[in-house]
Design a protein around this ligand. Structure first.
Ligand SMILES: O=C(O)C1=N[C@H](C(=O)O)C[C@H](O)C1
Length: 306
């Protein structure tokens, strides 16, 4: 195995565009997928939380994967596919199906949500998926959604599994566990930022990239942020990082992806800001504020140092 991770740079977890009457708008998704890759994203994530994947029908999920896979093939970019379930056996079955289709470079898998089986059982769950699923895995470390924190020891054990190619770090903090992981990442293992507001400091500390919903907006700037930190261009990276953190805070003022969809709609990029229940559409105030921060013409002037 080489020491360079297979997943580096910016991955955009695409939203799922709906019409006003909540039908999947395939055409809008095709355009979003192409736009993200043309803007410099390293790859796409299909069926993330941001895609409202919990509310998609099996047929819609297949459509989303097909659209994202076609865009990734066209751009020669990796596709990561979200597989979130708290049933180990069905997660393995889903992974095997994806592996057989041949579209996915990796699957993004959280700890089994809601059940909270404990850390040892969570490690056993990931180990079963790694050994039996047939796909490289990115562990999605998001205790706020799963109820299961992962210790440095568990992350190290996961990193020793050859099929585990990275972690999406979304623990709500850059703490001692994060720094330990970044100091000694397992060989070929990517640490990808998943807390949008602190993406820049995590990249500064050595993360290999990010999977950030905010990058549905200003994708080129998020890709540039990852590239600046990779080059060690700290001054411009700090300025751009602070600017994008303000945008990310505004985009996460209400549950993800409601504000992002509001902004994409205000920009004329999707036909409707509609989200499926249990989400409710974001308030006009939140959308207006984020849309203002998303307006790159105003932001680029403010960012240029005197
Ligand atoms: O879908 C994703 O991947 C992401 N989901 C997170 C969430 O909704 O909690 C946010 C992150 O930026 C990407």
């Amino acid at each position: 195995m080489t020491s360079e991770p297979i997943l580096t740079g910016l991955y955009v977890p695409l939203i799922t565009p709906f019409t006003d009457d909540l039908r999947l708008d395939r055409g809008a998704l095709v355009r979003l997928a192409d736009d993200a890759l043309a803007a410099g994203a390293s790859g796409l994530v299909a069926l993330g939380t941001t895609a409202e994947s919990a509310t998609l029908t099996p047929e819609e999920r297949r459509t989303v994967v097909r659209v994202c896979a076609a865009a990734c093939r066209e751009h020669g970019a990796p596709l990561v596919i979200g597989v979130g379930t708290n049933d180990t056996a069905s997660a393995i079955a889903s992974l095997r199906e994806l592996a057989a289709d041949g579209d996915a470079a990796a699957a993004l898998v959280p700890a089994p949500p809601y059940i909270r089986p404990g850390e040892a059982a969570t490690l056993a769950h990931f180990t079963a998926l790694a050994e039996q699923g047939g796909l490289p895995l990115v562990v999605y470390d998001i205790p706020a959604r799963t109820g299961q924190p992962l210790s440095a020891g568990t992350l190290a054990a996961l990193g020793r599994l050859p099929e585990v190619v990275g972690v999406k770090h979304a623990t709500g903090a850059i703490d001692a566990t994060t720094i330990e992981l970044l100091d000694h990442p397992p060989q070929g293992f990517a640490v990808l930022g998943g807390d949008d507001i602190v993406l820049s400091p995590l990249l500064a500390a050595g993360a290999h990239g990010g999977i950030t919903a905010s990058a549905n907006i200003r994708t080129a700037d998020f890709a540039e942020l990852a590239a600046l930190w990779r080059r060690g261009d700290a001054g411009p990276a700090r300025r751009l990082g602070a600017d994008l953190a303000r945008l990310a805070a505004a985009l996460f003022a209400e549950p993800n992806p409601t504000v992002i969809k509001g902004v994409l709609h205000a920009q004329g990029r999707i036909p409707s800001p509609a989200v499926r229940m249990p989400l409710l559409a974001a308030s006009a105030a939140s959308v207006d504020r984020a849309a203002h921060l998303a307006d790159t013409s105003a932001r680029h002037e403010a960012l240029t140092p005197c």
